[in-house]
Design a protein around this ligand. Structure first.
Ligand SMILES: [Ca+2]
Ligand SMILES: [Ca+2]
Ligand SMILES: [Ca+2]
Length: 124
């Protein structure tokens, strides 16, 4: 009986982990209604934003891999800090979070999150 319960719990965990990054609620691991930079990086950026885009696995994202034109738009001009038309992991990780953290409080709230999603950064 105990073993059976453990197995069931494991399966339940495994199936919920497969969708761990799919909602604001699951990424907000401490349930404070906001995503901290580490929560965002682990459950959104690593899980979906960057990994899925770097199709040739060179740890650089060009415009085609990004699927979003950040190199031409004025809004995004500062993202490519060294101007080499690639975004590295760090360039995108930091820029994306800062850009959508509109009130600069170091967290993404639900509205800020939705804006990033609406702009096509993730489909969650
Ligand atoms: Ca949180
Ligand atoms: Ca660059
Ligand atoms: Ca914020």
């Amino acid at each position: 009986m105990i073993k059976h319960t453990t197995l069931f719990t494991t399966l339940l965990l495994a199936s919920s982990m497969a969708f761990a990054a799919n909602t604001f609620e699951t990424a907000d691991t401490n349930r404070d209604g906001m995503l901290s930079a580490p929560e965002y990086q682990r459950y959104v950026f690593d899980y979906d934003v960057y990994t899925n885009r770097d199709t040739n696995n060179d740890s650089l994202l060009d415009e085609e891999e990004l699927g979003i034109s950040v190199f031409d738009a004025d809004d995004f001009a500062s993202w490519d800090a060294d101007g080499d038309t690639y975004l590295t992991y760090d360039e995108l990780n930091i820029s994306l979070f800062d850009y959508y953290d509109e009130d600069d409080n170091g967290y993404l709230d639900n509205d800020e999150w939705n804006k990033a999603g609406d702009d096509g950064w993730f489909d969650m």
